[in-house]
Design a protein around this ligand. Structure first.
Ligand code: SF4
Length: 420
């Protein structure tokens, strides 16, 4: 075991020595995005392993590790890590964990402390926990990167968002089952082998789009369902009981907003704070930079998709923000904040009226900007077919699926009427 070094607050640090010897366990959220992230970390000399288990034991281990009032995403992520540590696969003296910290006012900034408490409860307080964040919180001597690597890490969001978007628009219509998934695999491998250069960004985005567009498809009318909500529950199959697969099995096309919007949102809301609370403009400099860089990336992504007329082009961040402004203030920044409202309205404007709003039970911020906005949105868009589904350890899968299927039956009726 490496020497254990603590900072002045008593936090166990991830040191240079650990960097060379320890295996870092990374919880899964978005398969394509996380595969790229792992690649970059490995290139930087880290031993990294992605946790992909979705075993039912995870919820039980989560419940044993944290209070049952804890946000469901935290319960699952911590449960998944505990399952990995208990598996006996890892040398308990040479393993570390990584978890995100949003740096915002919501509880997601504090999951890391719950994780450390869970480790302590099991007698594993010698396992270091690394915070992955954009807000400069909890620095570790063994987990530092050059600005170029940070940029590369953030740049993978663009490629992964594009691949996810195109695969979702292609898979339900492919003539040969598995073509879209094979294309994901091919491009993931290709991008893993080359340097993720920002200079080649536009060319690479165009090449990915052209390859997906070349997959033979039959574009017949299908029920299209938008999935929005709390970031972990919306994306992670473990969090939403494999919602995307359920919708695919029901013959639907799934539309999931990309991660780029959330990254720009993080930069944007700090700027809003700087303006509203008259914080020194210098404090908003990094956020302004994040917003500018990622808005640029997003415009490139949109331009690439626009080249193929049969693809639906996602709206840019500015449009989503304007649409949300009709319902909530841009001061709403806890959880997904006004972005969740904006994503719902944007989907409706794009003609996707069937929407599932996924949220952890007891997630107050997202109930305000998600479920809480539905009535007002329906007032303006009476045809909107929206269902809010809560996820937590006590919610039964059957109940969730029944609510979703009820929404789908309305969607199918409307599709038949429209086709007729
Ligand atoms: S958004 Fe909801 S689930 Fe996420 S940290 Fe905040 S309260 Fe918890």
């Amino acid at each position: 075991m490496a020497e254990l070094i603590y900072d002045e607050t008593g936090r166990l640090l991830f040191t240079e020595e650990m960097r060379r010897e320890y295996t870092i366990l990374v919880p899964m959220m978005l398969p394509v995005h996380m595969t790229f992230l792992v690649k970059i970390l490995r290139e930087q000399g880290f031993r990294v392993e992605l946790l992909t288990s979705t075993s039912p034991a995870i919820t039980d281990l989560g419940l044993q590790s944290v209070h049952n009032d804890t946000c469901y995403p935290a319960l699952l992520v911590i449960g998944q890590m505990m399952e990995a540590l208990e598996s006996g696969k890892y040398d308990m003296d040479k393993v570390a964990l990584i978890i995100t910290q949003t740096g915002g006012g919501c509880r997601a900034s504090n999951y890391i402390h719950l994780l450390r408490k869970a480790l302590q409860k099991r007698g594993w307080s010698h396992i270091p926990v690394i915070s992955f964040n954009l807000a400069g919180m909890e620095k570790n001597p063994g987990f530092r990167f050059s600005p170029k690597v940070y940029l590369e890490m953030l740049g993978i969001v663009v490629y992964a968002d594009l691949i996810m978007n195109l695969a979702n628009q292609t898979r339900p219509y492919e003539l040969r089952a598995g073509d879209a998934d094979a294309m994901i695999e091919r491009w993931t491998q290709r991008l893993l082998e080359q340097k993720l250069s920002v200079r080649r960004l536009s060319r690479t985005l165009a090449a990915i789009t052209a390859d997906f567009a070349a997959i033979p498809v039959r574009r017949e009318p299908k029920v299209t369902v938008g999935v929005v909500g709390e970031i972990y529950i919306k994306y992670a199959a473990l969090g939403n009981n494999n919602l995307e697969q359920l919708l695919a099995d029901e013959g639907c096309e799934v539309v999931v907003p990309g991660l780029l919007d959330f990254v720009i949102f993080m930069g944007d809301h700090h700027l809003v704070d700087t303006r509203r609370y008259r914080i020194k403009w210098k404090k908003g400099l990094v956020s302004a930079l994040i917003k500018v860089i990622f808005s640029f990336f997003q415009r490139r992504l949109i331009r690439a998709i626009r080249q193929v007329p049969s693809y639906r082009v996602p709206a840019d961040f500015g449009i989503i923000k304007r649409l949300a402004g009709d319902y909530v203030s841009d001061g709403n920044k806890m959880g997904e904040g006004w972005l969740l409202t904006g994503e719902i309205v944007e989907l409706i404007h794009a003609g996707i009226g069937n929407i599932i709003c996924t949220q952890p039970f007891g997630c107050l911020p997202n109930h305000i900007v998600g479920k809480g906005m539905i009535r007002a949105i329906r007032g303006d868009h009476p045809d909107a077919n929206i269902v809010c589904v809560d996820y937590d350890p006590g919610a039964t899968r059957t109940n969730q699926e029944n609510r979703i299927k009820l929404m789908l039956s309305v969607a199918r009726e409307r599709l038949t009427e429209k086709s007729a």
